[in-house]
Design a binder for this molecule. Structure first.
Ligand code: MRU
Length: 378
C-alpha cells in the first residue's frame, strides 16, 4: 500500500548474505512513520513482543525472517531449536507464529548446516510473498460480498464496522479484513468505515484510522462501546474483522471486544464476517473458548495512556487509581454460531464450512462419517 505516494510493505529483507530485515515500527504510529532494522533473531523476537510488528500474519512472517537471521548467525540444530523457542515464547494467541516456525523448521531441519542460511532466507521470502498473494485473494473474494451488499442497499454508501487493525499493517500488504475494503474503494464502490478505537492499545484509533486515511477511505473513529448503538439505528451494514486463531469448527479468536460486536450484530441482524488466511486456522482445535490460549498483557496498557500533546510532544498520563487492580485480556473468542461467514483466500464459506474449502486437512474417516469434529491434526 502507499504512504505519501510511495509503495511500502510492513517488512522486507535486505540481502540474502548481509543487511538486516527492515520493519515499519508500529509503536510510533500515527505520530511518526519510521523504520527499524532487525539484525538478529533476538531483535525479531523483541519486535514481536513489544508490538513494533503485530497482527497475526505479520507476526508469522517476522518469525520466519527471525529464523533466517538466526541461521545466518549460527546454522546449527541447537540454534534452530533455540531461535524457534525464543520466537514461540513471544506471543501466545496468534497461531501464525507457530505455523511459520513449523514451516521454517520443516524446510531447514533436513538441510546441512552449510545450506541453511541461504535456504532460510529464501524460505522466509516465500512466506512473505505468499502472504501478499493470499491477502490479495481475500480482498478479491470479499469484494464480491461488499458489492452485493451495496447493491442490496440500493447503491447507497456501505457502512462497515471493523475492530482492531486487520489492515495492511497487520500483514505484509493488503490486510485481511481491510483488503476487500481497499479493493472496493479502488473500484469506486462508495463506503465508509466505523473504526473501533480498540482499547487498550488503540490499534483502531492509531493504526486502522492511519492507514485508511493514507489511502483516502472515508472513516470515523468511535469508542469501542458505540457499535451496538450504531447497529440499533441501522448505521452498520456489515461487521468485518480479522482473526488471530480460528478453530476447525469456525470459532474465531480476535482482539478483545470482538465477541461483544458479534453479539450486537446478531441481535440487530447485521452480517458479521471474518476475513482470514488459511495460516490462521488451527486444525488441532475445535472449541475456541476452551482451547485457545488468551494473551494477558501488562497492566500499564490499561492504567496509562500515551498520546501527543498540543505542543507536539508525546506524553504518558495515568488513568486509574494507583491501588486498583487491572486485568488486561488481549483477545476473546466469538463462537461460530455468531459468525455469518468467513472470507478466505479460497473464497467464502459459512463458519462451519472450513473443511469444504480446505479438504486437505480432513481425514478420510471424517469424509466417510461426515463429522466436522473428526478432522485430523496437521
Ligand atoms: O494484538 P494485535 O494487534 O497483534 O492483534 C491483532 C488483531 O487482533 C487482528 O485483528 C488480527 O491479528 C487479525 S490481522 C489480519
Amino acid at each position: 500500500m502507499k504512504v505519501d505516494g510511495k509503495s511500502w510493505r510492513t517488512i522486507w529483507g535486505a540481502d540474502e548474505n548481509r543487511g538486516g530485515v527492515e520493519i515499519i515500527d508500529q509503536t510510533a504510529l500515527p505520530h511518526a512513520f519510521r523504520t527499524v532494522t532487525l539484525e538478529t533473531v533476538a531483535d525479531a523476537a523483541r519486535a514481536i513482543k513489544t508490538m513494533q510488528v503485530r497482527g497475526a500474519p505479520l507476526i508469522g512472517v517476522t518469525a520466519a525472517y527471525g529464523l533466517a537471521l538466526a541461521m545466518r548467525e549460527d546454522p546449527s540444530d541447537a540454534n534452530l531449536h533455540q531461535g524457534s523457542a525464543l520466537l514461540l515464547a513471544t506471543r501466545p494467541t496468534a497461531v501464525n507464529l507457530r505455523w511459520a516456525v513449523e514451516r521454517m523448521n520443516a524446510h531447514l531441519a533436513p538441510l546441512s548446516s552449510a545450506e541453511r542460511a541461504g535456504a532460510a532466507w529464501q524460505q522466509a521470502a516465500v512466506l512473505w510473498a505468499e502472504d501478499i498473494a493470499i491477502n490479495q485473494a481475500i480482498g478479491q473474494a470479499g469484494l464480491g460480498l461488499l458489492r452485493s451488499l451495496w447493491e442490496a442497499k440500493g447503491c447507497r454508501p456501505l457502512d462497515i464496522l471493523t475492530h482492531c487493525n486487520a489492515g495492511w499493517l497487520a500483514t505484509v500488504d493488503w490486510g485481511t479484513a481491510l483488503a476487500p475494503v481497499y479493493m472496493a474503494h479502488d473500484a469506486g464502490l462508495p463506503l465508509h468505515v466505523w473504526v473501533d478505537e480498540t482499547r487498550p492499545r488503540n490499534q483502531g484509533a492509531s493504526l486502522t484510522a492511519w492507514e485508511l486515511g493514507r489511502h483516502g477511505v472515508p472513516h470515523t473513529v468511535i469508542v469501542d462501546n458505540a457499535g451496538g448503538h450504531l447497529m440499533q439505528h441501522g448505521r452498520v451494514d456489515l461487521c468485518l474483522v480479522g482473526s488471530d486463531r480460528t478453530t476447525r469448527r469456525g470459532d474465531v479468536c480476535n482482539k478483545i471486544g470482538t465477541y461483544l460486536k458479534a453479539l450486537a450484530a446478531h441481535d440487530n441482524g447485521v452480517p458479521f464476517y471474518v476475513a482470514l488466511p488459511g495460516s490462521t486456522i488451527d486444525w488441532t482445535l475445535s472449541d475456541g473458548i476452551a482451547e485457545i490460549p488468551i494473551e494477558q498483557r501488562g497492566a500499564e496498557e490499561i492504567s496509562h495512556m500515551t498520546g501527543r500533546t498540543g505542543e507536539g510532544t508525546l506524553a504518558t498520563i495515568t488513568l486509574t487509581p494507583p491501588t486498583s487492580a487491572v486485568a488486561n485480556y488481549a483477545f476473546d473468542v466469538t463462537p461460530a454460531r455468531l459468525v455469518t461467514g468467513l472470507i478466505t483466500e479460497r473464497g467464502l464459506c459459512p463458519a462451519s464450512g472450513l473443511s469444504t474449502l480446505f479438504p486437505e486437512h480432513v481425514s478420510p474417516q471424517a469424509h466417510q462419517g461426515g463429522g466436522a469434529d473428526k478432522e485430523q491434526k496437521p
